[in-house]
Design a protein around this ligand. Structure first.
Ligand code: SAM
Length: 262
C-alpha cells in the first residue's frame, strides 16, 4: 500500500531537525493510548480537530476536491488521513522517519491508501509540475529555509495547482499571552523555530500567480497546562476574547494561512 523512500541529507541542519522531531512527535504529550494503536491515532485526531476548529472542514474540503495531493511535513498523518478519506490521492513526506512509520500505521488502521517517504521538503525528488495540491501545515517555522521550502512547493505544483500553507503568526494573541503569562509556546526549543509577520508570509509566497492570506486559530481552553495560569486562561481570557467581534480580533490569529495558485 505504501512505499518508503529514504532521501539522503546533504545540507547542514536537516539531521538536527529530524532528530528533534523523531523525539518530539507533535501532540504526543497528550496521548494516553498505546503509541501506534488505532485508539492512539483517534485520540490525537480528536484533540487536534477540537483545538484547531477550522481545520477539520478545511481538510475535508481539500480532500473532496480530489487530484494528487502532497503533504510536506505530514507528521503522523492526522490531517492527511482526513484528506485521503475525503477522496484525494495522497503522498506524505517528512524528515522524521518515526513520524512516517506512524503515518503508515495510521493509514493501515483506517484502511486508507497513501504513499509516504522520508524526504526533505526543501529538496524534493519529485519532478516539476507533479501535484494538483500541496498542503503544508505547521512546518515552515521549523525548517532551515522557509523560502526554499515554498519555492520547492511551487516547483512541484502543476500550473494552476494550489498550495495551502500555514505558518505561525508573530503578532498574534497566543504569542502575546505567552509573553504576558510567562508560559512558553509548544516546541519553542525546536531547531530553527521562528515566527512570521504578514509581510514576511506575503513576500515568501509572492511567486504564486494568485494568493490569499487568512488568519485562523483563536483561543480554546487548554487541556495540557495546569495551575492558576491555566485556570485564569480558561475561565477569563478564552471566554473574554471570544466575546469580542471576530472582525476586530481576526488579524491576531495564531495561524497565518496562504492559499496560493501557481
Ligand atoms: C509541528 S510538526 C507538524 C506535523 C503536521 N504537519 C501537523 O501539523 O501535525 C512539524 C513537522 O515538520 C517536519 N519538518 C520540519 N522541517 C522539514 C523539512 N525540511 N522537510 C520535511 N519535513 C520537515 C518535522 O519533522 C515535523 O514532523
Amino acid at each position: 500500500m505504501t512505499t518508503t523512500v529514504v532521501a539522503k541529507e546533504t545540507t547542514d541542519g536537516f539531521e538536527t531537525i529530524a532528530a528533534y522531531w523523531n523525539g518530539h512527535i507533535h501532540d504526543w504529550a497528550i496521548a494516553t493510548q498505546p503509541p501506534g494503536s488505532l485508539a492512539f491515532f483517534e485520540e490525537l485526531d480528536a484533540y487536534r480537530f477540537d483545538k484547531l476548529q477550522y481545520l477539520g472542514a478545511l481538510a475535508e474540503r481539500t480532500g473532496r476536491e480530489g487530484g494528487k495531493l502532497l503533504e510536506v511535513g505530514c507528521g503522523i498523518g492526522i490531517d492527511l488521513a482526513r484528506i485521503a478519506a475525503a477522496g484525494a490521492e495522497v503522498t506524505g513526506i517528512d524528515l522524521a522517519a518515526r513520524s512516517i512509520e506512524l503515518a503508515e500505521q495510521n493509514f493501515g488502521h483506517r484502511g486508507l491508501d497513501g504513499t509516504f517517504a522520508v524526504m526533505n521538503g526543501e529538496q524534493m525528488t519529485y519532478d516539476d509540475d507533479t501535484f494538483d495540491t500541496v498542503y503544508c501545515h505547521g512546518v515552515i517555522q521549523y525548517t532551515v529555509s522557509p523560502a526554499k521550502m515554498v519555492a520547492e512547493i511551487h516547483r512541484v505544483l502543476k500550473p494552476g495547482g494550489r498550495m495551502i500553507l500555514m505558518g505561525f503568526h508573530k503578532n498574534s494573541w497566543l504569542r502575546f499571552m505567552s509573553v504576558t503569562m510567562g508560559v512558553p509556546l509548544e516546541h519553542v526549543e525546536a531547531p530553527f523555530y521562528r515566527l512570521f509577520t504578514v509581510d514576511e508570509m506575503r513576500s515568501m509566497t509572492s511567486m504564486f500567480a494568485e494568493s490569499r492570506l487568512d488568519f485562523e486559530r483563536f483561543p480554546v481552553a487548554t487541556k495540557i497546562h495546569k495551575g492558576w495560569k491555566a485556570f485564569a486562561y480558561n475561565s477569563v481570557f478564552v471566554p473574554g476574547f471570544n466575546l469580542m467581534p471576530r472582525f476586530l480580533t481576526k488579524r491576531f490569529g495564531w495561524h497565518l494561512l496562504v492559499y496560493g495558485r501557481k
